[in-house]
Design a protein around this ligand. Structure first.
Ligand code: ADP
Length: 497
């Protein structure tokens, strides 16, 4: 099992706190004991000094009877609240307040007791031990006593049981332990709370990230923090937005593809059904009637041409859309473009007795583009203008500058049936026709303007259609002019269609 980040943070904090408290506690315990002992020593040293001073007259006199010394030791012990022992230079105990008078002479030699040895050699000695004589834990303090004019050396020793001191220390330590226990509990609670506060946004993020990964792309992380966690949450949210958008776009594309397949099938089925119908009629006997047979065969031929036309347009469109076709970037003059295109269209216009006007501004800079493709653009537009303008109408081609010096405008206007405003943006979609029957009757595939738009946009240009005054439509194209920096002869790879 892996530990959640919350527990990791909480346990880490706790460990640090516990170690800190333990170290502080140990130091406090130790220093209390030391302090108390130092204090006790100070007190005991003062009393020992006073005791020695009081004993001075007895000790300097060589004939003092031991019983007198012993009585004095008792007396002083009462005043000093401590055991009083008098020892001579050889370590013999001369008097001891805690020992019955007749037993003093039987006490073993004290010369090797640490405090006595200390006092004899340095003048001062202490020790802390269990007394063999009284069976208590005692704090001993011994002082060497010499007196001016006398060569005798004595040691006066005071001893105090440490029971009160120890109870005090223990009480103090108990209070300390309670304080540390409380501090520990508080820090456990705090570290748990802090760990939760710190890690909750992270676990929220983890939860939402899991949901996002599971496909719930509408999920978002709620966070107000501005720190790294906040940044992480915002980034994840952004990613989710992006994914959501991408998926929406993908779905739309998928829909477009489905529509396209349906449209193409429909467009192809119409001529095929017609061909099949006439072939069946021929097989059923029409072939024996030469006149009827010729008429039917002519229809079949027309429908086959139409199929061919649709397939050609589709092929071209898919090539342009696939992005595989790169357009040349040659300098193309608009007047040359018009001149190259008109021969294809002029016969159709003449047939419908339509008149044509062309107006290209004289010193218009050349556009940067693929001449063959641009001829195709103009051909499609003019072809439509002829198709959707009745006999005797007028078609007008214009080339002129725009407000942007980097762009020029090419437009084709007619006095034909026009396009209702609502349909205008849609006529550039594949297979979109304002009047299906009429378009088909004119031999249209519904793909011409899609191809036009793709070529124009492939040139980083723009195309739209507006109403023409007083009637008809006006198709407007903006194309980039050759930029000075790029030079006039720049070309790019052209994949043949
Ligand atoms: P089609 O092969 O049907 O002409 P297009 O893509 O070239 O296909 O044009 C799409 C539709 O836009 C046409 O069916 C027609 O309804 C409309 N349209 C195009 N050009 C004109 C125009 N000059 N006048 C009126 N309608 C037009």
């Amino acid at each position: 099992m892996t530990l959640s980040i919350r527990w990791k943070v909480a346990l880490g904090t706790l460990l640090a706190i516990t170690l800190g408290l333990a170290a502080a506690g140990w130091l406090a315990f130790r220093s209390i004991e030391k302090l108390e002992l130092a204090h006790a020593e100070e007190k005991l040293a003062a009393r020992t000094g006073l005791t020695a001073l009081t004993l001075q007259p007895l000790l300097t006199r060589p004939d003092t009877p031991p019983i007198r010394l012993q009585a004095m030791a008792h007396e002083l012990s009462r005043h000093a609240s401590a055991r009083v022992t008098v020892i001579d230079q050889q370590g013999r105990v001369l008097a001891d307040s805690d020992v019955p008078d007749d037993a003093v002479s039987k006490i073993e030699n004290h010369v090797s007791r640490p405090e006595v040895a200390g006092a004899l050699s340095t003048g001062h000695g202490t020790d802390l031990r269990w007394s063999e004589t009284t069976g208590q834990r005692l704090f001993y303090l011994a002082q060497r006593v010499t007196f001016p004019g006398s060569r005798t050396v004595h040691v006066v020793r005071l001893a105090m049981p440490l029971t009160t001191l120890e109870t005090r220390i223990r009480e103090f330590q108990r209070a300390l332990a309670i304080a540390f226990g409380v501090a520990f509990l508080v820090s456990v609670t705090l570290s748990l709370l802090i760990a939760r506060g710190l890690t909750r946004p992270l676990s929220d993020i983890a939860t939402v990230a899991r949901q996002l990964a599971g496909g719930a792309l509408r999920q978002r992380i709620q966070t107000r923090s501005k720190d790294e966690v906040g940044v992480l949450a915002a980034t994840l949210n952004q990613m989710a937005d992006q994914m959501d958008r991408d998926i929406t776009a993908l779905r739309r594309l998928e829909q477009v593809r489905k529509d396209f397949v349906a449209n193409v099938s429909h467009e192809l089925r119409t001529p095929l059904t017609s061909i099949k119908g006439y072939v069946e009629a021929l097989l059923d006997g029409a072939k024996d009637n030469p006149e009827e047979a010729t008429r039917f065969l002519q229809i079949i031929l027309n429908q086959s041409d139409r199929l061919n036309l649709i397939l050609e347009d589709l092929l071209q469109l898919s090539q342009i859309e696939s992005g595989l076709v790169r357009f040349k970037r040659d300098p193309v003059s608009l007047s040359a473009l018009v001149e190259r295109t008109l021969p294809f269209i002029k016969p159709l216009m003449d047939k419908k007795r339509q008149s044509l006007t062309v107006m290209v501004s004289p010193d218009l800079p050349p556009v940067s583009g693929d001449e063959d493709r641009l001829v195709q653009v103009l051909t499609n537009l003019l072809d439509n203008a002829v198709k959707y303008t009745p006999e005797g109408g007028t078609i007008h081609i214009a080339g002129q500058p725009t407000n942007d010096p980097a762009q020029v405008e090419l437009s084709v206007a007619d006095t034909g049936i026009g396009i209702p405003e609502a349909d205008r943006p849609r006529v550039f979609e594949r297979f979109y026709r304002v009047d299906k029957a009429r378009s088909r009757e004119m031999g249209g595939t519904g793909l011409g303007l899609s191809i036009v738009r793709h070529i124009v946009e492939g040139h980083t240009g723009k195309i739209w259609v507006e109403g023409n005054q007083p009637s008809g439509s006006r198709f407007v194209i903006h194309l980039p002019v050759v930029s000075e920096a790029a030079g006039p002869t720049q070309t790019s790879l052209d994949i043949p269609a």
